[in-house]
Design a protein around this ligand. Sequence first.
Ligand code: NOJ
Length: 458
Amino acid sequence: MNHFLNSGVALNPAGTFPQNFVWGVAAAAAQIEGAAFTEGKGESIWDRFSRMPGKVHNGDTLDVACDHYHRFKEDFALMRQLGVKNYRLSISWPRLYPTGDGALNQAGVDYYHRLLDAMVAEGITPWVTFFHWDLPQALEDRGGWTSAVTVKAFANYAETVVKAFGGKVKNWITLNEIRCFTWLSYDVCVQAPGRKVSPAELNQTYHHALLCHGHAVRAVRQLGGPGARVGLTDNSTICMPVTETPADIAAARTWYAEKNIHLLGAIYAGGYSPKYLARCGADAPRVEEGDFALISQPTDFLGLNLYTGTFVRAGADGRPQEIPLPVHYPVADSPWLHLAPQVMYWGTRLAHETYGATSLYVTENGCGYNDEPVVNGEVFDLHRRDYLRGHLRELQRAINDGVPVDGYFLWSFMDNFEWQDGYERRFGIVHVDYATQKRTPKLSAHYYSAIMRENRIV
Ligand code: NOJ
């Protein structure tokens, strides 16, 4: 697609983002709420996993986290002060259904009503994710993501959520990062539940996740009311050409399609490709009639969590070749987070070109550091400020080249429970002192606040 190269699209002289560009911040229930066993909430797989010795840094648990459960009003007031108009949050499945299915916990429903009302009172638009990793432990005990029981329970949960909150929520995200709660959780085993399964079962976890995505889309379409919009948030493997030459770009494109063949590839193609099925062989997922009619319903947007990527070039044999990162390649304190701002450009562009997605949102982007404590009320996270500037420039380059990006959510509003890295790793633009629960906006919060206000990179 030549128009992308030297497209001649004039940069907006003022350097602004498109009118109505959505700026926001993101977080997830399990990482901030705390109140892990309050008012009837059931145990999640992360409540269990964090108590297994050696699984989470420092033995940290989600029990208290940022105590957002009790402090959401002051958190929303702070968001408003910083000029946040859009907030991506998730609903805790075990808070609504303590055992995954069965009886509904009305106290959980009431809590999210209070929370959504408080947000709206501060002028903040909710973007709600149905599932951000906190599977009810009771469902894991019945097979978790390897079992169709989870799909059935999720379908019911999704309907409940839309029925309950559809009057207040118009922007829905079905699932967050399928790869993490399947592959990282049932194969690599660094995330909850950390249970190694066979290759066939692993492929089935992907398929079950796709079905749940489909059920959430269906629930929004059937029950979401006027103006409801829905999409998936994916963490595709992003392939970045080593040089921006036609040969390396073609290699990156091919590799990107191959790496994402089982998730986005299947959703957008309406089925598994013969290539993928051949790769799986006897371990291919079991597909029932009608599965892909559900999975591949059209959505309103595609959400992308963009953090890092893989460099690819055209190899000597004409095949794509991944280039391993040298030890000196810059990296955040999160050891997986190599700092390649062009992930924003290629992540959005390849999704648009490969799948024809016509509305993209960056639903997460940010960086994890072991930030210094607050000194005289300030945290000088210049590293995060520069990260944002560099990444947003690459996002703007994509937009200026015609890639349809409609919004950006920074991860994360405040420091929080960073899964297996516990509380050591901080992604927030607002510092949290976990001993006192005091919130202090970092330098990056003031910087991002100016970006949102001016709709341009300052
Ligand atoms: C992606 C996940 O969605 C989020 O929960 C996590 O904290 C960030 N990445 C940073 O690792």
